[in-house]
Ligand binder design. Structure first.
Ligand code: NAD
Ligand code: UD1
Length: 344
């Protein structure tokens, strides 16, 4: 059985589909602070399989202890956390509390239960302001905001565990740190997708909400970067590809070969797409207008960021297969079927 923390969220719900379809039993825990249980109802409709759901907080040590005592958990995928960069600058303590304490409590419960297979949701944000592209996993790490720092601290904290196993002669931890680039898109059924609570921070939900008329126009943050058209370049990855990457990581953890200690993997496509490329592809594929204006750069943004994905290909036998056209089509399909997200 796989424990999925933050299981009702955007990336986790897509991952639950892949796990169920691959025959795993799934136990999801979520405090529903940024999600609706409806996402998991729909996961079950899509797959025709059932999963267990616990409404609870990963920081609650008693709840986590109970979970491990009552269920045969083979591996954990830890998605739960807060993720908005701007909000993290205004509420750093909430971010450190949620992201660090959830991981600490989870890891303690796992250690006590002798379940030491963990997949952690990290982020390309741990590379800070990239000095060289594409980004490989061994490049220097840094943080430019509290959200990013919370991910970096967690990576470092988990990085200390294998040495303790050697000292204590305990069974080894096996940990995959998955550094996501920019997840977009939705399940092709249009039944689950990204449903931001407030004004979206990220590009794709802003595009879809503008296209559907919930927002007047998209503000493009700068067209004077040193990129092919002056707008920011990112490595967008379809959320279903990303979800499949988690399945591959779990399979690797549970294989006889396993992952020795802690290993980081970039999950992206390796392709750099600009904001204007994205807007144009969205309009062309979906035959819908996205009004936009160019505004000054957003503070803290980098010109370009994309992954070297060869390690995940070699060691996890995973690579993204979906194209930009699939990403914009599936994002729009989800938004147009669910104009108000899970509330519609
Ligand atoms: P999301 O907000 O949709 O999912 C996170 C889920 O965790 C939510 O359902 C929320 O209710 C739950 N949660 C938060 N704190 C909790 C707690 N203490 N206990 C139980 N549940 C809790 O976000 P997402 O986009 O699916 O991201 C999932 C993970 O991936 C996060 O850790 C995020 O930082 C990381 N990540 C996301 C992106 C991205 O662009 N979406 C990029 C890189 C990394
Ligand atoms: C953001 C986070 C990063 C996180 C990543 C994935 C910041 C500073 N960084 O990165 O930590 O890992 O999301 O969740 O928030 N853009 C517009 N108009 C908009 C929104 C975005 O032009 O309304 C542009 C941005 O300038 C950028 C690109 O679109 O060039 C992508 O932006 P976004 O989706 O916010 O992701 P990142 O900035 O890569």
């Amino acid at each position: 059985m796989i424990l999925v923390t933050g299981g009702a969220g955007y990336i986790a719900s897509h991952t639950c589909i892949e796990l169920l379809q691959a025959g795993y039993e799934v136990l999801a825990i979520d405090n529903l602070s940024n999600a609706s249980e409806e996402s998991l109802n729909r996961v079950q409709q899509i797959t025709g399989e059932t999963l267990r759901f616990i409404k609870g907080d990963v920081r609650d040590a008693a709840v986590m202890k109970d979970i491990f005592e009552q269920h045969p958990i083979d591996a954990v995928i830890h998605f739960a956390g807060l993720k908005a960069v701007g909000e993290s600058c205004a509420m750093p303590l909430e971010y450190y509390d949620n992201n660090l304490n959830s991981t600490l409590v989870l890891a303690q419960a796992m250690q006590a239960a002798k379940c030491k297979n963990l997949v952690f949701s990290s982020s390309a944000t741990v590379y800070g302001d990239p000095s060289k592209l594409p980004l490989t996993e061994d490049m220097p790490l840094s943080a430019t905001n509290p959200y990013g720092r919370s991910k970096l601290i967690i990576e470092q904290m988990l990085g200390d565990l294998p040495a303790a196993d050697v000292l204590n002669k305990t069974a080894p931890w096996s940990i995959a740190l998955l550094r996501y680039f920019n997840p977009v898109g939705a399940h092709p059924s249009g039944m689950i997708g990204e449903d931001p609570n407030d004004t979206p921070n990220n590009l794709m939900p802003f595009i879809t909400q503008t296209a559907i008329g919930r927002r007047q126009q998209l503000a493009i943050f700068g067209n004077d970067y040193n990129t092919h058209d002056g707008t920011g370049v990112r490595d967008y990855i379809h959320v279903v590809d990303l979800a499949k990457g988690h399945l591959k990581a779990v399979e690797k953890l549970l294989s006889s070969e396993g992952i020795k200690g802690v290993q980081a993997y970039n999950l992206g496509t390796g392709n750099g797409i600009s904001v204007l490329d994205m807007v144009k592809a969205f309009s062309k594929v979906n035959h819908v207008d996205v009004p936009y204006e160019i505004v000054p750069r957003r503070a803290g943004d980098v010109a370009a960021c994309y992954a070297d994905v060869s390690r995940a290909k070699k060691e996890l036998n995973w690579q993204a297969t979906q194209q930009l056209e699939d990403m914009v089509k599936d994002s729009w399909h989800w938004q147009s079927l669910n104009p108000k997200g899970y509330k519609s």
